[in-house]
Design a protein around this ligand. Structure first.
Ligand code: ADP
Ligand code: MG
Ligand code: ZN
Length: 490
C-alpha cells in the first residue's frame, strides 16, 4: 500500500467519485427461467436442467415471483417502473456460462431512477435496476477447476447507482441501507459472505470542484463491508499517486486481494459493444400492468426510513439509536416487543440505550447469538432494566449483571443478590459511613469549609471506596451535603 494510504490522507487536490453496481439474489423458490430449485450449499450440479445448463432447443419461461420481487424493490426506492421492458442477451465466453450468453436487460430495463437517503441526509440517486440471471460458479481446487451450475439461472436484480458517492464510508453506508431494504422486503438474504448480495465498485478521481468525471476502475471480488471500504481507500490513493506523477489512470477491471490488501489489474474494462447485446428472441417483452404494480405497492411492509421516523417520534429516542434499531427488521421488532412488554415506569429511551449499547455489543461478539436465537431473552433483559430504572442497582452494576447473564444465563434478581450489588438508598446507613469518612478527613473538611468545594468529590470517592460503592449516588450526595452544611454552621 502506498505511503499516503497508510497515513490515510488525501492531498485535497482530488475528489473521489464512486458508483456501485449491486447484485442481489432473489429468494424465489425456483430459478429465473426454469423450475430448478435454488438452495445454498447443495451437491454441485444437482439443481440443473436443460434450460439452465444451456442445452440446445430449450426455451426460457419467466418466473412471475421474481418479477414481483423486482417490482417490490423498485417501489421501495421510489424508482419509475417501465410498463414495457425488454430482455437482452449479453454475450461473453466463460466456462461457468454454458449458453455463452446471459439473459439480462439492457437499454429497456424494468425500472429507472429512484434513490436511497443516507443518515446525514444525502440522497444517492439510482440509474436503474434490472432483472437478470446469475452465472454458474468456477470452483478452483488443487485437482483443477470445476464448474458448478447450481447458481446458473438464479434470479438477480442489479441495482446501479449514479456516480454520486463521495467516500468509502458513504459507499458502505449506502450498501447497508440497500441491504436493509432488501431484507425488510424479504426478497434477498443480503449475505455478502455467501454471495447472495454482491457489489462491484467503480471509482475515479477528479480535480476538486471539477464537473468532468475521471477515468474509472471497477473493483470486483468484494465480499465484506470491510473489504469494500478498504479496497476503495486503496484504489483512491493508488489513482492519486498516478495522477500526482503525471500519469493516466487506465480504465480497468481490478480484483481486490484481501490477503495482500490491494487491488490488482484483471483486464481492460470491456465496453458494452464488446457484449454484442441484442433483444432476447426467446422471450416476449415484459409488460407490467398498473394493477399488478399497485397491488404489490399495497403489500409493502413499513421500510427502514419510515420506521426510523416513527421510532423518533413515538419513542423519543435519539437519531442515532433510531438508525441502529431500524437497520434490521428483526432488531426493530425485538425492540418493539420490549417496549410493549415493559412496565409503565421503565422509560423507553433507557431500553433503546441498552439495546444499542450492551445488548448489541454482547450479541455481536457471539456468532451463535442471533435475534432468532437469543442468549439473553427479552423478559430477563427487561427485569434487569427495571432494576436499573428503579435505581435498585447502579448502571455500572447493571452492566456487570448483564455480563453474568450472558455468561451464565441466570436470573438478574438472583445475580444481584448473589453478587450483593443492590444499591443502598437507606439514608441512615449512608449517613453512618459518611460521618466516619468526614471524621477521618479533618484537613479536607477544613479545606472544603474554607471554600474549596472541589474537595466534595474526594469525600464521595472515599465513601465509595470504603463501602464497596453500592450507595445510591443521589442519596449519597444529599447526605454528604447535609453533613457538611451542619459543619459549616458549627
Ligand atoms: P458498466 O460498468 O457495466 O460498464 P456503467 O457504465 O453503467 O456500466 O457504469 C456502472 C457504474 O459505474 C455505475 O454505478 C456508475 O455510477 C459508475 N461510474 C460510471 N462512470 C464512473 C466514473 N467516472 N467514476 C466512478 N464511477 C463511475
Ligand atoms: Mg460494471
Ligand atoms: Zn434449470
Amino acid at each position: 500500500m502506498t505511503k499516503r494510504a497508510q497515513n490515510n490522507q488525501l492531498t485535497g487536490k482530488y475528489e473521489p467519485v464512486i458508483g456501485l453496481e449491486v447484485h442481489c439474489q432473489l429468494k424465489t423458490r425456483t430459478k429465473l427461467f426454469c423450475s430448478c430449485p435454488q438452495s445454498f450449499a447443495q451437491t454441485p450440479n444437482s439443481n440443473v436442467c436443460p434450460v439452465c445448463s444451456g442445452a440446445p432447443g430449450v426455451l426460457p419461461v419467466l418466473n412471475k415471483k421474481a418479477v414481483d420481487y423486482a417490482i417490490k424493490m423498485a417501489l421501495a426506492v421510489g424508482a419509475k417502473i417501465n410498463p414495457e421492458s425488454v430482455f437482452a442477451r449479453k454475450q461473453y465466453f466463460y466456462p461457468d456460462l454454458p449458453k455463452g450468453y446471459q439473459i439480462t436487460q439492457f437499454d429497456k430495463p424494468y425500472c429507472e431512477g429512484g434513490g436511497v437517503r443516507l443518515a446525514g441526509g444525502k440522497y444517492i440517486p439510482l440509474t436503474r435496476i434490472h432483472l437478470e440471471e446469475d452465472a454458474g460458479k468456477s470452483v478452483h481446487s488443487a485437482e483443477g477447476t470445476f464448474v458448478d451450475l447450481n447458481r446458473a439461472g438464479i434470479p438477480l436484480i442489479e441495482i446501479v447507482s449514479e456516480p454520486s458517492i463521495s467516500s468509502p464510508q458513504e459507499a458502505s453506508e449506502y450498501l447497508k441501507k440497500l441491504r436493509a431494504i432488501v431484507r425488510y422486503l424479504g426478497i434477498c438474504d443480503g449475505n455478502l459472505e455467501e454471495g447472495s448480495f454482491r457489489c462491484d465498485a467503480n471509482v475515479s478521481l477528479k480535480p476538486k470542484g471539477s464537473k468532468k468525471l475521471g477515468a474509472r476502475c471497477e473493483i470486483k471480488n468484494l465480499n465484506s463491508f470491510r473489504n469494500i471500504e478498504k479496497s476503495l481507500v486503496y484504489e483512491i490513493y493508488r489513482q492519486a499517486d498516478l495522477l500526482d506523477a503525471g500519469q493516466r489512470v487506465a480504465v480497468q477491471t481490478r480484483l481486490w486481494d484481501p490477503a495482500l490488501s490491494r487491488t490488482k489489474a484483471m483486464r481492460d474494462k470491456e465496453e458494452s459493444e464488446d457484449y454484442r447485446y441484442f433483444p432476447e428472441p426467446d422471450l416476449p417483452r415484459l409488460f407490467l400492468e398498473k394493477e399488478r404494480v399497485s397491488s404489490i405497492d399495497a403489500s409493502l411492509p413499513e421500510l427502514p426510513d419510515a420506521k426510523g421516523e416513527r421510532f423518533l417520534k413515538d419513542y423519543l429516542i435519539n437519531y442515532e439509536e433510531s438508525q441502529i434499531l431500524t437497520s434490521d427488521r428483526d432488531l426493530a421488532s425485538f425492540f418493539e416487543t420490549l417496549v410493549a412488554k415493559r412496565s409503565e415506569s421503565l422509560p423507553i429511551p433507557l431500553i433503546a440505550r441498552w439495546v444499542c449499547g450492551e445488548y448489541l455489543r454482547e450479541m455481536r461478539a457471539d456468532e451463535a447469538w442471533t435475534l432468532k436465537n437469543l442468549r439473553v431473552p427479552g423478559d430477563k433483559f427487561l427485569l434487569l432494566l427495571e432494576c436499573v430504572a428503579q435505581q435498585k442497582i447502579s448502571q455500572r452494576a447493571g452492566k456487570k449483571v448483564f455480563k453474568l447473564m450472558v455468561a451464565e444465563g441466570g436470573d438478574p434478581l438472583d445475580l444481584i443478590r448473589r453478587e450483593k450489588l443492590e444499591q443502598v438508598s437507606d439514608k441512615s446507613i449512608i449517613k453512618k459511613a459518611c460521618e466516619e469518612i468526614l471524621h477521618k478527613s479533618k484537613a479536607q473538611v477544613d479545606e472544603y469549609l474554607s471554600g474549596k468545594e472541589k474537595v466534595f468529590a474526594y469525600f464521595v470517592g472515599q465513601v465509595l471506596r470504603q463501602t464497596g460503592g453500592n450507595f445510591n449516588p443521589q442519596s449519597l450526595n444529599e447526605v454528604l451535603k447535609e453533613l457538611l452544611q451542619e459543619k459549616k454552621k458549627q
